[in-house]
Write a protein that binds this ligand. Structure first.
Ligand code: SAH
Ligand code: F3S
Length: 482
């Protein structure tokens, strides 16, 4: 059990954290929506709430009063799916008392298991994949009419570009804006290309509009979201893989990630801009130069690596080796001095030896990441690794290696945070600290959490904070006037 807890010992709760229940205003019918997994799921839940708002649904935090209960699910590791199953079972207990309540499963598990959760396991009334949310009003009616409601069709075009998300559970300061959907990378361990479909990009004009609208509403930070933001490519719509077939005119006016980032930075100069997730094989130096050029683009890159061993990286189909990754890190450090860098790492991928594991540790020593999200390998059905490789690393070995990388990361995070002591940092205040109402919680441009005593500031203010102390996860400071 302790080890399981350790898997969760990730440093940022928004990445792979606990379920979050979201709520908006009063409406005639009540929707309860719970989201698991990545930021994209949280962003999708806001799209779902917007689609259902037009049907008269307002969100509630109290499941028992809901007419419609939706679970936006994650399939990335087996444990994520187990959590959702337990949740669905407990929802069904409540439904026994309240049979008119509808239960639906959304997201990656819906896509992966299709009608199985409905037909065989009888856990839900409705199964809706990530590209079928516009069909939700229809599907609810189907259930009401006593019919099966399943839509798991993956789309070539859907980006929900015109849906204005209902900002749920929002602090009013930071928001997610999705820019791509799906992923074409086919990392051999990863279920995402199967559950979220082929990669497509969203019209840049609608992205810019959404950011401007957020700014006008008082938001101070946006995170542009995609499974692989560096691969963003708008050429008038359609799948990324069909770009070659586009007309010469469409190709000539295509917008890549660097250009998109620049457009957003210019459109909302007072807004902090973040993006996630970057992919080493697709990240161009052009992007690094844009980050360096614009004050409002945060100096922080989440750059998953998964392993420090070139042999394992090849088996994972990551498209780069250890040396190429290190060279990219060198360029980041040169072009954006002081840039915060974080990672994702997997231990115990099939055939991983102690030498491979040592290479992971030595890569971490080389980069000295500011923080990281670390997992042990979980075989996912249908992936290349599941079909062609044996999951041959014993669980105790996976967990022991995971503990070693987590311990090393904790040491590096602490060192990285200690280096801030005595410095003055600009912090965007996001809200009160979870631990104490007397303190504010905010972040530096490098995405490091800062906690400091409240005076007369308010959320959304940019303030200068002198760092006095730290833990591995948090900087502690005091506000200073310039
Ligand atoms: N590009 C995506 C990756 C999504 S998955 C993004 O936007 O972050 C997030 C992380 O989960 C991956 O980077 C990887 O470290 C981890 N992961 C994915 N599949 C996994 C598996 N089968 N077992 C363990 N960890 C996995
Ligand atoms: Fe998964 Fe690799 Fe895409 S980790 S989301 S297939 S970049």
């Amino acid at each position: 059990m302790a080890d399981l807890v350790q898997e969760e010992k990730v440093i940022d709760e928004t990445r792979q954290g606990d379920a979050v229940v979201l709520e908006s205003g009063e409406r005639e019918k009540k929707l309860y929506i719970e989201s698991y997994g990545c930021q994209m799921n949280f962003s999708d839940s806001e799209i779902v709430a917007s689609i259902l708002e037009k049907e008269g649904y307002g969100t509630t935090r109290n499941m028992e009063e809901a007419d419609l209960v939706l679970l936006n699910t994650c399939s990335i590791r087996d444990k994520a799916e187990q959590t959702v199953r337990k949740r669905l079972t407990s929802f069904n207990k409540i439904k026994e008392e309240k049979p008119e309540m509808r239960i639906g499963v959304l997201g990656c598990m819906a896509e992966r298991l299709k009608s199985k959760l409905l037909d065989e396991e009888k856990l839900v009334d409705m199964v809706v994949g990530p590209d079928a949310y516009r069909d939700l009003p229809n599907l609810v009616k189907e259930v009401d009419a006593g019919r099966k409601a399943v839509n798991v069709i993956l789309s070539k075009e859907e980006t929900y570009a015109d849906v204005n998300p209902v900002r749920l559970g929002s602090n009013g300061i930071t928001a997610f804006v999705s820019i791509t959907r799906g992923c074409d990378n086919m990392c051999t361990f990863c279920v995402v290309p199967f559950t979220r479909g082929r990669e497509r990009s969203r019209n840049p004009e609608t992205i810019v509009e959404e950011c401007v609208e957020l700014w006008n509403k008082g938001y101070k930070e946006v995170t542009l979201l995609g499974q692989n933001v560096d691969s963003y490519l708008w050429y008038g719509g359609g799948l990324k893989k069909d770009f070659e077939k586009a007309s010469e005119a469409a190709k000539a006016t295509a917008v890549g990630f660097a250009a998109l980032l620049e457009k957003v930075a210019l459109a909302v100069p007072g807004m902090r801009i973040r993006f996630s997730t970057s992919n080493p094989q697709d990240m161009l130096d052009e992007v690094l130069h844009v980050i360096a050029k614009y004050e409002n683009i945060c100096n922080y890159i989440h750059l998953p690596v998964q392993s420090g061993s070139s042999r394992i990286l090849e088996l994972m189909n990551r498209g780069h080796n250890r040396e190429e990754y290190m060279a990219l890190i060198d360029r980041v450090r040169r072009i954006i001095p002081g840039c915060g860098i974080s990672h994702d790492m997997i231990t115990g991928f099939p055939t991983e030896t102690e030498e491979d594991h040592q290479e992971t540790l030595s890569l971490m020593e080389y980069v000295k990441y500011d923080f990281g999200y670390m997992f042990y390998y979980s075989e996912r059905p249908n992936t290349f690794a599941a079909r062609k490789m044996e999951d041959d690393i014993p669980l105790e070995v996976k967990k022991r290696r995971l503990t070693e990388i987590i311990d090393l990361q904790q040491k590096h995070s602490l060192e990285s945070n200690r280096a801030y002591i005595g410095k003055t940092e600009e912090v965007l205040i996001e809200g009160s600290s979870k631990r104490s109402e007397e303190d504010w919680f905010g972040r530096t441009t490098q995405n490091t959490v800062v906690v400091f005593p409240k005076a007369n500031e308010k959320p959304g203010d940019f303030v200068k904070v002198m760092i006095k102390d730290c833990t591995a996860a948090t900087l502690l400071g005091e506000r200073v006037d310039e």
